[in-house]
Design a protein around this ligand. Structure first.
Ligand code: IVH
Length: 655
């Protein structure tokens, strides 16, 4: 064969192989594996013999050198996730929200499958596949070009020489996954894990040996009028795309859903139905959510969710903020709706009895509201007779104190008001984002503080020093300083946050908002009668009683007094950090060892009081605050006639 003939034959073979790759990916192979291999070997042989290798040849799908590590790829446009709903109500609300955002406009929707795989972004230059990346954190992913090239469904060259970046999903078809899983010593929980694991292999030969597939559902940029048109364009470029249905209104989306089970109409495992606004111009005008676009939603009907089965290893008991004991199922880890679950709430003893849950049982797990893991039922057929009944302890597992059965609420409660478990939950509640928002003060640190006896109520937080925190395990000086700073900053929060943070029974965030607006200050609220409390919007007799009791409780009153002394804002307005005071606009230096504050704390307090805190004395310095063992700074201040304050004087001025 001469070179010209070889060129011709090579072109012909590549075309045939590409065609068979695409057919195979769609599950419609026309030739046997043997015949395919014949074509492939012939192509390989000719390319080598005549030195006619090309980057888009099917022989180039598998590189042979393993990578050392993945390079990072910064996404030109972030890769977002999708809002989810498990009810038709959720879809209707989504539609109503869109109409609110685009009032008076006609909104057409596209319905398409959500494929359960791993998102990928693929870039083509002049029609040639040049880069593929994982989603990573949404901003930056890993360069997995070598592995993505092995996926036969993805063309190495498009039908036109365009520059384009496309987003899609790599996945392993279920039947292929089952075959592959059967070869493993330790089977994988699902096809998605298998896909993710394959794409993260450093050796592309491994990826080539595994049956991955892909579809593309979006173009980055691109000038199309509608999402449907964009999908059509991708398809005509040779990319695999999902089927889609145009629905002129949300009612049509719902009707389509009711009419036929989409799962029977799509050649892949469906993870839900994606509903997108069809017009790209409209899409662009709908504000995005935190990590998801506003123009799309995934709908996954509850009955599609496959129940996950696992073993109930033990039942432990947790003590909550109000002292209620909650039984928790400790499970053999199991994959449920997107994440691995090893614990699930069992709510209360009644619930355990009603479902007849026994330790050692095989149980079915699902996520309530798609988030909270829950034991649905017991697979009684799998009982061995060795299962054990659970009994609620009659002592608090955290403090050993007596527990009280509340017959009305089926709750079992620890009666000890200084129970460390309750205290921990109370403090966690106080510091959480929607309450006092103290960054860095999470569960682990709260546990440590309570166990070390440093904090006995929420007010004690404001007396902590950097030294005390830095003395705790796994606490560096720097993070200790940050936490103290965050605690100090929380003093300026408004009454709403403080009220919410106090965790008064029945008083949630919304009630706290109404109360703060109505009463304006903690003092007014604390002295209000039950009747006066009920004058506030949305406050009924139960909440009013609860508030009234809370403020009349001696322990609570003592904590509130301490909070006030610590200088917490107790007004509805957020305290401006620059309120006028003796230090406002003053330049201040702190030196020596203080008794009541660490130096950093003192500086923080000063900054909050509007001072400009510096480290060296100059003519511009207004005050020097001195502790014991002050050195050269004191001398210099005396020389320059800077006003000197002792710690006591400083505290007095602050107050
Ligand atoms: S649209 C910015 N459409 O689901 C638009 N995503 O939880 C976001 N997915 O990471 C994606 N099928 O990888 C879209 N038809 C589809 C999809 C789809 C699967 C994946 C995607 C994304 C995840 C969202």
């Amino acid at each position: 064969m001469n070179r010209t003939a070889a060129q011709k034959r090579i072109a012909d073979l590549r075309q045939q192989i590409n065609r068979h790759d695409a057919l195979y990916s769609r599950g419609q192979p026309e030739i046997s594996d043997y015949d395919y291999d014949q074509l492939f070997s012939e192509l390989k042989k000719l390319e080598t013999e005549f030195d006619l290798v090309a980057p888009d040849s099917p022989t180039q799908r598998v590189g042979d050198a393993p990578l050392k590590e993945f390079q990072s790829v910064r996404h030109a446009v972030p890769m977002l996730s999708l809002e989810k709903s498990d009810s038709l109500e959720g879809l209707k609300k989504f539609d109503a929200d869109i109409h609110k955002q685009l009032p008076g406009e006609t909104i057409e929707y596209v319905l398409e499958p959500k494929i359960d795989g791993v998102s990928i972004s693929v870039r083509y230059e002049n029609g040639l596949l040049v880069q593929a990346a994982t989603r990573g954190d949404g901003q930056t992913g890993d360069d997995i070009t070598a592995n993505v090239k092995t996926i036969k469904a993805i063309p190495l060259r498009l039908s036109k020489p365009v520059n384009i970046e496309v987003r899609g999903e790599a996945f392993m078809p279920v039947t292929e996954f089952e075959k592959y899983n059967a070869t493993l010593e330790k089977p994988l929980p699902n096809p998605r894990n298998a896909t993710a694991g394959t794409l993260k292999q450093l050796d592309p030969r491994i990826a080539a040996s595994r049956p991955l597939n892909a579809v593309f559902y979006a173009v980055v940029g691109g000038e199309f009028a509608t999402h449907g048109a964009a999908l059509d364009a991708l398809k005509s470029l040779g990319l695999p795309t999902p089927p889609y249905w145009i629905c002129p209104t949300m009612a049509d989306v719902l009707a389509r859903y009711e009419a036929a089970d989409l799962r029977t109409q799509v050649p892949y495992e469906l993870d839900g139905i994606v509903v997108k606004v069809n017009s790209l111009a409209q899409q662009a005008r709908i504000p995005a959510k935190a990590r998801a676009p506003g123009y799309a939603i995934v709908f996954k009907p509850e009955h599609w969710i496959k129940p996950a089965e696992t073993k109930l290893l033990a039942i432990t008991v947790q003590v909550g903020r109000t002292g209620v004991l909650t039984p928790v199922a400790e499970l053999e880890p199991v994959f449920v709706q997107g994440s691995t679950v090893s614990r699930a709430t069992l709510h209360n003893e009644e619930e355990i009895k009603r479902k007849d849950i026994r330790i050692g049982d095989t149980v079915i797990i699902r996520k309530a509201g798609m988030v909270i893991p829950e034991v649905v039922e017991v697979v009684t057929g799998k009982r061995t007779g060795k299962e054990k009944h659970f009994k609620m302890p009659d002592k608090c597992p955290a403090c050993g104190g007596p527990v009280h059965r509340d017959p009305e609420f089926v709750a079992v409660r620890c009666e000890n008001i200084s129970c460390p478990a309750q205290l921990k939950r109370t403090i966690e509640h106080f510091t959480m984002r929607k309450a006092m928002d103290i960054e860095g003060l999470g569960e682990v640190l709260v546990d440590q503080l309570v166990e070390a006896g440093l904090v006995k109520d929420v007010a004690d937080l404001y007396a902590l020093t950097v030294e005390q925190l830095a003395g705790l395990e796994r606490m560096a000086e720097k993070s200790a300083t940050n936490v103290i700073r965050a605690i100090a900053a929380s003093k300026d929060r408004d009454l709403l946050r403080l009220l919410h943070g106090l965790g008064i029974t029945h008083v949630g965030e919304e009630a706290a908002r109404k109360l703060a607006a109505h009463f304006g200050s903690l003092d007014k609220l604390a002295t209000a009668s039950v009747e006066e409390l009920q004058h506030c919007e949305d406050i009924g007799p139960v909440m009013a009683e609860s508030l009234h009791d809370f403020f009349r409780n001696d322990r609570n009153a003592a904590v509130l007094k301490k909070l006030k002394q610590a200088g917490l804002n107790s007004k509805t307005e957020v305290r401006s950090q620059k309120s006028e005071g003796p230090f406002t606009g003053k330049t201040v230096v702190v030196t020596g060892t203080l008794e009541k504050f660490s130096r950093d704390q003192a500086k923080d307090v000063l900054r909050q009081a509007g001072a400009n805190v510096t480290d060296s004395i100059s003519k511009k310095t207004d005050y020097l605050i001195v502790g014991t063992d002050a050195g050269s700074k004191l001398e210099k201040a005396q020389k320059l006639d800077v006003k000197i304050l002792s710690e006591a004087e400083f505290i007095k001025l602050l107050a």
